[in-house]
Design a protein around this ligand. Sequence first.
Ligand code: SOE
Length: 374
Amino acid sequence: MPTLGIAIVGAGMIGAVHRRAALLAGAEVRGVAASSPQRSHEAAQSWNVARAYRDIEEVITDPQVQVVHVCTPNHLHRAMAQAALEAGKHVICEKPLATSLEDAQALAALAASRGLVATVPFVYRYHPVVREARARIAQGDLGPLHLIHGSYLQDWLLDPASNNWRVDPALGGTSRVFADIGSHWCDLVEWISGERFAEVSAAFSTVIAERGAVSGQSFSTPTAASTMQPVTSEDVAAAMFRTGAGTLASLTVSQVSAGRHNRLWFEIDGAKASVAFNQEDAERLWIGLPDQREKIFVRGPGAGSDDQRRLSVLPAGHAQGYAQCFEAFVADTYRAIEGERPQGLPTFEDGLRSAQIVDRVIASARSRAWTTIG
Ligand code: SOE
């Protein structure tokens, strides 16, 4: 296959992660469009790429670009992804796919009608032991499910002097912590368990009422106390779900939990066994068994399900993590463009599903009532 030409829109932390994954997957990173022509030039220089695009128009009219990676703040996802799809480009769009359900619906419908590959980086699906958990549940090792529970905790917004575009609903969307990271957890456990959430009862809390002025950086940069601004998006959230099959689930999310940097954790308990996974200790899957027995499945290419082996690119004990998940996701997206059908590739349909859940979670938090997800 000829080398894919790609462009990245957005030059923050996650844009750099996409660039690295694209290079490792064998693509040519043609250029970058950042928040201003000046920033595009700076990013193009530091990334060593040929083009510093002025805007999305220049990106989509570059005939050598076949794939556009949308890595902007959330409120721009719809416009950027739509422009790229309408120009016939394949798209990887960061999550949340859009800041409203309507926008996510429009993007999923557009991608489907154009027959283009359009994916969303729900990258935690690419931890090999996550694949192992999914395979074991699919082959009935856990039996009927009894309970799904877990949390996704971070601490990068613990300091009230810290701020970020995600905090501002005009840039990040109405929901912050739930849409940003709760969305990952929901995508992951629905995909692993094979069960879909049918209803939700959720609550949000903004525990830090004022923060320093938004710095424009991807991650928080403390600012002077004199520039404090009121905050309306949630710092923490709790949600109870019931799946269509009747299984109860609970989730706690936070971006203000000291010492928890990126701790996505879940446990799925069935009639015959349980599995538990911690993203910060991603080489191991805990398997709980009856009669005081437990096992640890260790990631590696030599054992376990086909998918687990395929994604174990390093020998056991040579730690894989977030970066390898991203690399595998981007490589699978490119394989799909070449006509393959990689297992578990998260598409705009999954981005739309996530937008549906976020929309219903917000509705439930507002109404303080159990709400149907559909
Ligand atoms: C910040 O909360 C963030 O970068 C998320 O936006 C990512 O989706 C998550 O993978 C890590 O944390």
